[in-house]
Design a protein around this ligand. Structure first.
Ligand SMILES: Nc1ncnc2c1ncn2[C@@H]1O[C@H](COP(=O)(O)OP(=O)(O)O)[C@@H](O)[C@H]1O
Ligand SMILES: [Mg+2]
Length: 361
């Protein structure tokens, strides 16, 4: 279990803090992902958990042990925190063999040579590299280096695994393979894991829970499906996948959490009211939840009309840009009857899969 409480950090010479009260809890065996754009404070959070960075304030617990507390002046050094870590750069030593690299964290622990050999073999077997134990490290592919780094992270049997963008240096195909392997490995080993990435697909695919960060703050936290389908925050809606934000005017005196209606250029739509951060209200829905319907038919709530401005056949899906006045939306739908640019269409959006972000209070 990992607990971070109210972590704050300002780097020397910087004007603004990089961590502004970051708090989260990772359950035993859980993969918890810190997701967010470059510079939002993911690595600083992770390095703070590892003890490689000292926050200005807050508290960190690993398996019920306080390893950092600004108030109680506790700061356990990294090698005493019982963690395994993989960096984006892998940090493999080129002058050592694979086995020597993996054995490194076991040094100075008073283990017999035989025990070290056994543990290294076990770690290499786990990541599927046992055959390469005696190979010099420079003769390894990117994917193999990544596995060496992973074997080194788990060889001392840490209770906590910290992974900082471990796949971002691999090409797309290998990245997908490693993503699946990592998932399987984590399930097998059961570490409490913090995974850091700026890639939303990776986060959605790998995590039990995701924390989306922006400017040193966790904006929203939740399980991947809920965050993708029902984002509570407009930044989550925008960051986790393709999104439509249609300017609208909410009816009545809307309160956050209520099912409300709003007038858009395309028609009237209903959705759950959420707190937004723009001057005006926005109807949100993802491009694939809109259903294209014949243009004729009676007007009703959750059904809009528009004109097709662009129409692209992408094989598995059709992508339509539809407009009305200045407003535009993107729709992704299964290929169906031929549509033409310029044609009038109607589309419907299930209110369960939309939200209305209210103006900034
Ligand atoms: N050692 C450091 N000294 C000063 N500024 C730093 C240092 N490390 C990171 N920063 C700055 O802190 C911010 C957050 O960095 P980081 O935690 O690495 O973000 P992320 O991992 O989300 O990209 C960035 O603006 C970065 O430039
Ligand atoms: Mg980083």
């Amino acid at each position: 279990m990992i607990i971070a409480e109210n972590l704050v950090k300002t780097y020397e010479g910087a004007k603004t803090p990089v961590l502004k009260n970051v708090s989260f809890k990772v359950e035993r065996g859980e993969v918890y992902t810190l997701l967010g754009p470059s510079g939002c404070g993911k690595t600083t959070s992770l390095r703070s958990i590892a003890g490689l960075e000292t926050p200005d304030g807050g508290r960190i617990l690993l398996d019920d042990r306080v390893v950092f507390s600004s108030r109680d002046r506790i700061n356990v050094p990294p090698d005493k925190r019982n963690i395994g870590m993989v960096f984006q750069s892998y940090a493999i030593w080129p002058h050592m063999t694979v086995a020597k690299n993996v054995a490194y964290p076991l040094q100075g622990r008073g283990l017999s040579a035989d025990e070290v050999r056994k543990r290294v073999s076990r770690a290499l077997e786990t990541v599927g590299l046992l055959d390469l134990a005696d190979r010099p490290s420079p003769n390894l592919s990117g994917g193999q280096q990544q596995r060496v780094a992973l074997a080194r992270a788990i060889v001392a049997e840490p209770s906590v695994l910290l992974l900082d963008e471990p796949l971002s240096n691999l090409d797309a195909k290998l990245r997908e393979q490693m993503r699946r392997d990592l998932s399987a490995l984590q399930r097998q080993l059961g570490h409490s894991t913090i995974y850091v990435t700026h890639d939303q697909e990776e986060a959605l695919a790998l995590s039990h829970r995701v924390a989306l960060m922006r400017d040193g703050v966790i904006v929203e936290e939740g399980d991947p499906v809920a965050m993708y389908q029902h984002p509570q925050h407009p930044f989550t809606a925008a960051f986790l996948g393709a999104a439509n934000f249609v300017p609208c005017v909410a009816a009545g005196k809307p309160a956050v959490g209520d099912m409300i209606e709003a007038e858009t250029p395309f028609g009237r739509f209903s959705g759950v009211a959420r707190q937004g951060e723009d001057a005006g209200a926005k109807l949100f829905f993802r491009p694939h939840v809109a259903r294209v319907e014949p243009a004729e038919g009676p007007a009703r709530v959750n059904r809009g009309t528009a004109r097709i401005a662009e129409y692209s056949f992408l094989g598995e899906v059709l992508e339509i840009i539809a407009r009305k006045g200045d407003a535009a939306i993107r729709i992704r739908t299964a290929p169906g009857p031929r549509l033409e640019a310029g044609a009038e269409i109607a589309f419907s959006v299930d209110p369960e899969h939309s939200a209305i972000f209210l103006p900034k209070a």
